[in-house]
Design a protein around this ligand. Structure first.
Ligand SMILES: C[S@@+](CC[C@H](N)C(=O)[O-])C[C@H]1O[C@@H](n2cnc3c(N)ncnc32)[C@H](O)[C@@H]1O
Length: 225
């Protein structure tokens, strides 16, 4: 899979994809990640990428021209292009699963007041990582890239993510490691019983309890007590 990220601040990505699982996925060629500075696609003097808003108002708006040129320079037949914007569809694990099946995606990072609205005609969708406003689309692009790469075949074991929170309707089950007792708090007895059937049942029930306690909204459409 290939992920191209269009940004005005490429150095923000230094380091982020150079650690741990994502670094290994890049080294093993499970994913190719390209960081592209769309300022280089501006044809204006001093490579200006923004301008004042029509109708007046605060801040600067990103112009279509450098963004569309950058998009067109990387776009192929099966490429999907997504704008990072707080007005987009809320990003969920379901969308991460579906993006992980694409062969090439482009994530476009905004800044300042955001994009000239006409940029949408050149994109396949708009994605928000939550109902709050950040200074730019770089952190959303990092979060989305990270969530996709860990789902790519061979990056982590399938069993490591299939019970993850949000893969289905439930949160993950609680996990414990050594020591058995820490400051008086013990590991649930069943987990040291060696009875794998009982452990599976306990974990399934624990996922339901965990979800009811922390994220009841995920179960709202089901009949739960
Ligand atoms: C200051 S924001 C612009 C917000 C815009 N004026 C609005 O209210 O919709 C600048 C850029 O940050 C990015 N951004 C901010 N919050 C975001 C979020 N929650 N999800 C995705 N992108 C976000 C977008 O790329 C956006 O163009």
């Amino acid at each position: 899979m290939r992920i191209d990220i269009l940004t005005l601040f490429p150095s923000m990505f230094e380091g982020v994809f150079q650690e741990s699982i994502i670094k290994r996925a890049i080294q093993e060629k499970k994913v190719e990640i390209n960081i592209i500075n769309f300022r280089e696609y501006s044809t204006l003097n001093n490579h200006q990428v923004d301008d004042t808003p029509y109708g007046g108002g605060a801040g600067m708006v990103l112009r279509c021209e450098p963004l569309v040129s950058a998009i067109e320079s990387v776009k192929k037949e099966n490429t999907k292009v997504y704008l990072m914007t707080p007005q987009g569809v809320p990003y969920k694990q379901e969308l991460a699963n579906s993006l992980a099946k694409e062969s090439h995606i482009v994530l476009v990072c905004g800044h300042y007041e955001g994009f000239d609205e006409r940029i949408k005609n050149f994109c396949d969708g708009e994605i928000s990582i939550g109902d709050y406003v950040l200074t730019g689309g770089e952190i959303p692009a990092m979060a989305i890239t990270d969530s996709i790469v860990r789902l790519l075949p061979g990056v982590i074991k399938q069993e490591s993510y299939e019970s993850d929170s949000f893969q289905g309707d439930l949160l993950d089950y609680p996990t414990y490691t050594k020591p058995y007792e820490f400051r008086g708090y013990k590991v649930p007895e069943v987990l040291v019983s060696g009875n794998h059937q009982k452990i599976r049942e306990w974990r399934e029930q624990a996922r339901i309890e965990n979800t009811k306690e922390k994220r009841r909204d995920l179960l709202d459409f089901k009949e739960v007590e």
